[in-house]
Design a protein around this ligand. Structure first.
Ligand SMILES: NC(=O)c1ccc[n+]([C@@H]2O[C@H](COP(=O)([O-])OP(=O)(O)OC[C@H]3O[C@@H](n4cnc5c(N)ncnc54)[C@H](O)[C@@H]3O)[C@@H](O)[C@H]2O)c1
Length: 415
């Protein structure tokens, strides 16, 4: 019942399917049963409420017999960047006692190549039933954009990879309950690769934008201007640089390919290292603005991994804040979408007034709309800080300079 499972369950339930939403975390189940949500996603609260009230969605900590089972559990990595498949294995094991002939099982969790056939099928076959013969098995990657999950679940094209054609067809029939995009059938391993290729493609492209920001800094030019001019070329589409790449997907999934085939993935590996190194580049920029960071008071704006979401998993903004603390800075951080979050080692405050109150410099790490829309005259009244370090090109330099701030930007060198 996480960012993927809960929207998926509620969408099925509001399209006439009888759904049991399962999560091993009892607090999540209690929260949902009391009509509250443990995650933020626009529109989700109303959708869950409708699904619970119309009786098509029940939530509980244990699975039960069903026609179809969907697994949407986390697939993080261990410290050594190896995929942690324990959640997928335990979810498959939890289904095992309830698996019946004719059932359909679908894995949605982003997974290394060959997981469906090599990990999930053997676990489910411990039931004595045979995948393909007695039950159907698919891999269907989730490709929604956080912040737009409810719309994209329905409108995006969906890939269904079956371990055989009958499995793919059964998966297609199930998702047809609500998917308005095209449903494309393929085999399970291709479907696994599609998801990993999409996110790796994004990661490598962000890495080159980040490397361009370092080059622009060195050569004394403005990377944002250079990118917008390069993108005038009809076949060029450079992405935006920033403080790094985070979240549950793009910063994790490429490692699944590197782990699976380290001898043939040097580019993917290097892109990961470039993006993971970007918080250190931001810290150098802060040092350029402030000199030594020892005891310097820095207001950090934004901790999530991208704008207008509350997800702080693998966030480079969090990493950057930690690095500043390690340099001796007195950091106060404010995340407008998670004002009461607690992160060990960081001082998170609950309001803009608090984060600004005694700051010497303002470091913008996420272009959240409530941050982007701040006006320099309003901020100037809330803080003694007159230095801004903008890593996401969110505050127009001219305006903030005219408002009395000295502005440093990521990827803008001053030769
Ligand atoms: N969040 C996204 O935007 C997104 C997008 C595409 C793909 N994905 C992939 O979808 C998968 C799920 O991601 P998420 O963001 O929803 O994760 P999440 O952490 O928000 O939710 C996962 C939930 O699964 C529960 N869980 C763990 N083990 C379980 C088990 N054995 N049985 C039942 N519940 C169990 C956890 O308690 C948690 O609530 C991951 O593989 C992720 O990479 C996520």
């Amino acid at each position: 019942m996480g960012y993927i499972g809960l929207p998926t369950a509620s969408t099925f339930a509001t399209h006439g399917i009888d759904v049991v939403g399962v999560d091993v975390n009892p607090r999540i189940i209690e929260t949902l049963q009391s009509g509250e949500l443990h995650i933020y996603e626009p529109g989700l609260r109303d959708l869950v409420k409708t699904a619970l009230i119309n009786g098509n969605l029940r939530v509980q900590t244990q699975p039960e017999e069903a026609d179809a089972f969907i697994i949407a559990v986390p697939t993080p990595f261990f410290g050594n960047k190896q995929a942690d498949m324990t959640f997928v294995s335990s979810a498959a094991r939890a289904i095992l006692p309830h698996l019946r002939e004719g059932n359909l099982v679908i894995l949605e969790s982003t997974s290394p190549p060959l997981t469906t056939t090599g990990l999930v099928a053997p676990i489910l076959e411990e039931s004595g039933l045979k995948a393909g013969k007695d039950f159907k098995l698919c891999y269907s990657p989730e490709r929604v954009l956080p912040g737009q999950i409810l719309r994209e679940l329905i409108e995006n094209d969906r890939i269904i990879g079956g371990i055989d054609l009958a499995s793919a067809q059964a998966g297609r029939d199930l998702y047809s309950a609500f998917v308005k995009g095209e449903i494309h059938m393929t085999d399970a391993t291709t479907a696994e690769m599609v998801k990993l290729m999409e996110n790796t493609y994004r990661d490598v492209n962000i890495a080159i934008a980040n490397e361009f920001s370092r080059l622009a800094d060195r050569f004394g030019i403005n990377v944002w201007e250079a990118i917008s001019l390069a993108n005038k070329h009809p076949r060029v589409k450079i992405l935006n640089p920033g403080p790094g790449v985070g979240g549950h997907c793009i910063s994790v999934d490429p490692w699944f390919l590197v782990e699976a085939a380290p001898d043939i993935t040097p580019l993917i590996h290097t892109a990961r290292k470039v993006n993971d190194g970007q918080p250190e580049f931001v810290v150098k920029l802060v040092k350029r603005a402030l000199g030594s960071l020892k005891n310097r008071r820095v207001a950090v704006l934004g901790l999530s991994y991208k704008p207008d979401v509350d997800d702080i998993r693998e966030s480079p903004a969090v990493e950057t804040a930690h690095l500043l603390v390690q340099e001796g800075a007195k950091v106060k951080a404010f995340e407008p979408y998670k004002t009461t979050a607690q992160i060990p080692g960081l001082n998170l405050v609950e309001s803009l007034a608090e984060v600004f109150s005694d700051a010497e410099a303002i470091l913008v790490l996420v272009s959240h709309s409530p941050i982007r829309n701040l006006e320099p005259d309003v901020v100037a009244k809330l803080t003694p800080a007159r230095v801004v370090i903008d890593t996401v090109h969110t505050w127009p330099e001219d305006k903030w300079t005219a408002g009395g701030f000295k502005v440093y930007q990521l990827g803008v060198g001053r030769s």
